[in-house]
Design a protein around this ligand. Sequence first.
Ligand code: ZN
Length: 159
Amino acid sequence: MAIRNLRLEGDPILRKTSREVKEITPKVRELIDDMLETMYEKDGVGLAAPQVGILKRIVVIDVGDGPLVMINPEIVREEGSQTGDEGCLSVPGKAGQVTRPNEVTVHFMDEDGEYYELDGTELLARAICHECEHLDGKLYIDSVEGELHDVVNEEEEEA
Ligand code: ZN
């Protein structure tokens, strides 16, 4: 496993649409391992493959309940809304208010090729929405309400 370099806002790769994963090759598994290691190293709650420069539809998330690996995730249901501060490992040291669904259902495949349907609420719903947007070249700063502010607390959650 290895820590990968994070792509930061302004890097054009973050604005590109990622491609579907057709086959879980050893290279894909290595990428997933590295993404998890990088997310934990940077104290993030989520990371999407384009953030390490790879345009594949893969995200990893851990909101404190253990790692989730989602390949080709697709949000199939959104309900309610929540407004709160959000950050991103590609926009270090900043946070801003974003309104997201309070509840989502997501379909995805794991690293063993098994298909899952998962319901997420609150922080997990927020993280799923945030990471899936990365796969379509969107950043949370596109939908931020008001100004970004500096994060002084190092423990602020970033995705
Ligand atoms: Zn992000």
